[in-house]
Design a protein around this ligand. Structure first.
Ligand code: SF4
Length: 197
């Protein structure tokens, strides 16, 4: 899930998507220590940022990254962080400026919020519902052939969907009455490989 897709769906269809977004893969975030992007406060109105040491950025440049996405490069000048142990938490470079590259405001804030949300128990419990939804869709595709419409036209397709839902209900009632055990979750081919000695 990307912040761009989440924003586009909200804007174009009024739909709030829920799904895992990519984690911050910076060294600091992966190690769980140091100053990753969430440690910086960005002031979007005056185009500046403040670092965890209270230093203010020296420049703000809007540019594009190599895949062509709009990004903002925020630069903290060299002289601002002379205390080496603290500087090491922020950047590997022992001298020179510290650059922060962020997406435009809406994308940045959506991504940061999503990253925070997906670490909470509330979000995880909410997202667990997807397992049941995926199972239902999978059953509908494999048994009553949901993937293809059997008839031309929206009305007939709509009727097919209703009948498919009713069929799944009957299949499940039958499975419950006959105490049919749940199918096992498939094992991915990679997981099935024997562990290397
Ligand atoms: S290296 Fe620069 S940006 Fe990072 S904490 Fe120090 S002063 Fe702030």
């Amino acid at each position: 899930m990307s912040a761009q897709v989440m924003l586009a769906q909200a804007r174009d269809h009024g739909v709030q998507l829920t799904g895992p977004v990519p984690p911050d893969t910076s060294r600091q975030a992966m190690a769980g220590e140091g100053f990753d992007i969430s440690a910086f406060t960005i002031d979007w109105h005056v185009h500046t940022a403040t670092c965890p040491q209270g230093a203010t950025a020296g420049s703000w440049r809007e540019q594009q990254d190599s895949p062509g996405h709009d990004v903002i490069r925020i630069r903290f000048p060299d002289r601002t962080c002379a205390i080496r142990p603290v500087r090491a938490k922020c950047t590997r470079r022992t001298s020179g400026p510290r650059d922060l590259v962020v997406r435009p405001q809406a994308e940045h804030e959506t991504l940061q919020r999503a990253r925070h949300d997906q670490s909470t128990e509330e979000w995880k419990n909410h997202y667990h519902r997807r397992a049941g939804i995926e199972g239902t869709l999978s059953q509908a595709v494999r048994r009553p052939g949901l993937r293809r419409s059997r008839y031309p036209g929206l009305r007939k397709t709509g009727l097919q969907l209703l009948l498919t839902a009713a069929a799944i209900d009957l299949i499940r009632i039958d499975a419950w009455l006959t105490e049919t055990p749940l199918a096992r979750t498939r094992t991915a081919p990679l997981e099935a490989l024997p562990e290397a000695a």
